[in-house]
Design a protein around this ligand. Structure first.
Ligand SMILES: Cc1ncc(COP(=O)(O)O)c(C=O)c1O
Length: 371
């Protein structure tokens, strides 16, 4: 094949300023990649906050049924899944926007409500996709300093200017696992002018037991500028299928549905997500496993003399003195994949997802060995 890069035109230079400055999202290392690189088997992946339970049987059977119709385009309106969400959340269908994972929804929101003339506020250490989406539309990112590794809502409020069009809040935040209470969120929303769209990203909400954790959906009535985003990738165990959603006032949903690709969610994802919403046993089993795993991992880290950021998600961020990169690499060699956080500006932290009890133990044993 001829050399396709041999051109007189510089296609990198031709890209928009924002896109040129992008660094692609760094996902957790896939198991197969580590197998290829180090020739290891029996690898444990605790790098992407996935559900260790395996797929719900209801979801699996829905996927199987969909196979017969694989030659057909999916239902672009996502009617069946929206109907299931209406029942599950008690919202109107007109408030829902479906996405190819909630990342897709975050991107739709940014494309609809941020532009090169506007500013987007998010916190230091906040989920990486806010920065990527903001930069890809050439909007100005306004990053406010974190407080105790979490969002400082006062700082975020003070950062508002007449150019602010969008604010991202991760509750809880990934990678730090910190959360904001209902009163903090409500107070913030009360102060933010109505013309600024606020995204409350609740990707991990189903795991959370804390009584002061807010239910974003219940705040929508009061705050028409609020968008709540959620996902089927975590507690519902469907990360590979890519399905997430936003709930918002119908006018915002109308706008998001205009920028959405016509078939952004595939039939398998639509069917599996609709089915899993009725598998409450799966959800509660996953929650219990996660609660126990959080204690197991936190206790294990403490026994190793390591400090961690208390987390309400299905992951824990911990500090290593040697530098995260080295410990990450040494863990890989033990067949354990975690997430380095240098790209979040946290070079001395690593994030580990909560797995099965045996996987958590494998991680703790490997960590003890490499430290
Ligand atoms: C805070 C947060 N929001 C959104 C997402 C996106 O998840 P998905 O696109 O799989 O729905 C993630 C995934 O890790 C996340 O941690």
């Amino acid at each position: 094949m001829s050399d396709l890069s041999a051109s007189t035109c510089d296609y990198i230079a031709l890209a928009t300023e924002g896109v040129k400055g992008l660094h692609p999202y760094q996902p957790g290392k896939p198991i197969e990649e580590l197998e290829r690189e180090l020739g290891l088997s029996n690898i444990v992946k605790l790098a992407s906050n996935e559900n260790p339970l395996g797929v719900s049987l209801l979801a699996a059977s829905a996927i199987q049924k969909e196979l017969e119709k694989a030659t057909l385009y999916p239902d672009g309106t996502g009617f069946v899944l929206k109907q299931a969400l209406v029942k599950y959340l008690g919202v109107e269908m007109s408030t829902i926007t479906l996405g190819n994972g909630s990342n897709d929804v975050l991107d739709l929101i940014t494309r609809a409500y941020a532009s090169p003339d506007s500013e987007v506020i998010y916190s230091q250490y906040a989920f990486a996709v806010y920065a990527l989406s903001t930069q890809s539309v050439n909007a100005k990112a306004v990053v406010t300093p974190a407080k105790d590794w979490g969002h400082d809502l006062d700082a975020m409020f003070s950062a508002i200017t007449d150019k602010t069009s969008l604010i991202f809040i991760a509750n809880p935040n990934n990678p730090t696992g910190t959360y904001l209470s209902a009163s903090q969120v409500k107070q913030f929303l009360t102060r933010v002018p109505e013309h600024i769209v606020v995204v409350l990203d609740e990707a991990y909400c189903e795991y959370i037991d804390e009584s002061d954790y807010p239910d974003g959906v219940s705040l929508l009535q009061e705050f028409p500028n609020l968008i709540v985003t959620r996902t089927f990738s975590k507690a519902w165990g469907l990360a590979s299928l890519r399905v997430g959603y936003a709930i918002s006032n119908p006018e915002i949903a109308n706008i998001l549905n205009r920028v959405r690709q016509p078939f952004n969610v595939n039939s398998f994802a639509l069917a599996a997500a609709a089915a899993v919403l009725s598998d409450l046993q799966y959800l509660s089993k996953g929650r219990q496993l996660n609660d126990e795993g959080l204690v197991q991992v936190a206790d294990g880290l403490t026994s190793l003399g390591l400090s961690y950021i208390p987390s309400v998600g299905n992951f824990i961020c911990f500090e290593v003195k040697e530098g995260g990169g080295e410990v990450y690499q040494a863990l890989l060699e033990q067949g354990v994949i975690v997430r380095p956080l240098a790209n979040y500006g946290m070079p001395f932290h690593l994030r580990v997802s909560i797995g099965l009890k045996s996987e958590n133990q494998r991680f703790l044993d490997a960590l003890a060995k490499v430290l």
